[in-house]
Design a protein around this ligand. Structure first.
Ligand code: PAF
Length: 295
């Protein structure tokens, strides 16, 4: 596996892959790779001949009081894990290459970034879309793979790629969870043992909503209330938002159905965690047990 540190070299190598007729996939990451990322690398390997994993802790998507400085960094370990998962190239550019002196352009997706995480992290999505647009321009992949765990980010990037005719297919890979349900995240490492237990409430709230939906409940507001109550019962948990939205358009939905995403952001101690679940079709017979509409 190759490690490429320069933008020019990455551009040249990608052109060679394309000239050889290879389908190229990009998996953008900020490193600190865990099983969630590695599942995306493996998915990329099923979709393409060549898999490029970018590792870049992007300063522009962190707010001034966020964890940019202490975000975990270990390129050697990331490269080893990426290679084991089937990556062909790790692209790890220096910040000065990504943002050279005089850099002043941003990519801004207007509406989708206003709510949910965007409301609590001003400028965050501009940082994400700008760096992802740059990575896509350098690597020029046929397909780029993002985690469903960052559901709003995936929707924003899909919008950007479509609006700017980027000619890349954006694929969402499923969320990978610890055995007890906690969604894998590089930020889980910040949690103390006590906070780690409290953090389970994110998944519990999503499971509660999904199960009631499966039993026939369709009233989003009712389930959002129940989720807030459940999370509120954990002393160390502070809700930023709990939402029921269309997974693609991020419009709020009053009525639940397939494609609706329950999404939440909760601060546990000092660590902000996000998670979501996208509802599927209700299977025949699952409604038995009754919706509150029936009664
Ligand atoms: O999801 C992430 O890790 C980052 O937001 C991304 C997409 C790599 C952009 O820096």
């Amino acid at each position: 596996m190759e490690i490429i540190r320069s933008v020019d070299q990455m551009r040249r190598r990608s052109a060679e892959f394309r000239d050889a007729g290879s389908v190229v996939a990009l998996v953008p990451t900020m490193g600190a790779l865990h099983e969630g990322h590695l599942s995306l690398v493996r998915l990329a390997g099923e979709l393409a001949d060549v898999v490029v994993v970018s590792v870049f802790v992007n300063p522009t998507q962190f707010g001034p009081s966020e964890d940019f400085e202490r975000y975990p960094r270990d390129l050697d370990e990331d490269a080893r894990l990426a290679a084991d998962a089937g990556a062909d190239v790790v692209f790890a550019p220096e910040a000065r290459e990504v943002y050279p002196a005089g850099f002043e352009t941003v990519v801004h997706v207007q509406k989708l970034t206003r709510k949910m995480c965007g409301a609590f992290r001003p400028g965050h999505f501009e940082g994400v879309t700008t760096v992802v647009a740059k990575l896509l321009n350098v690597v020029r992949p046929n397909v780029a793979v993002f985690g469903q765990k960052d559901g709003q980010q995936a929707a924003v990037i899909e919008r950007m790629a479509a609006d700017l005719d980027m000619g890349v297919e954006i694929v969402r890979g499923p969320t990978v969870r610890e055995p007890d349900g906690l969604a894998m995240s590089s930020r889980n490492a910040y949690l103390s043992p006590e906070e780690r237990k409290d953090a389970l409430v994110l998944h519990e709230a999503l499971e509660y909503a999904e199960q009631l939906y499966r039993c026939g409940e369709s009233d989003a507001a009712l389930l959002l209330d129940g989720m807030r109550t459940l999370i509120g019962s954990v002393k160390g948990a502070e809700i930023q938002y709990v939402a029921a939205v269309d997974a693609k358009t991020l419009e709020d939905v009053p009525e639940l159905g397939p494609g609706v995403m329950f999404a939440l952001a909760v601060v546990i101690g000092k660590t902000r965690l996000i998670d979501n679940v996208v509802l599927g079709e209700r299977k025949r017979g699952e409604e038995a047990g009754g919706s509150h509409d029936d009664g």
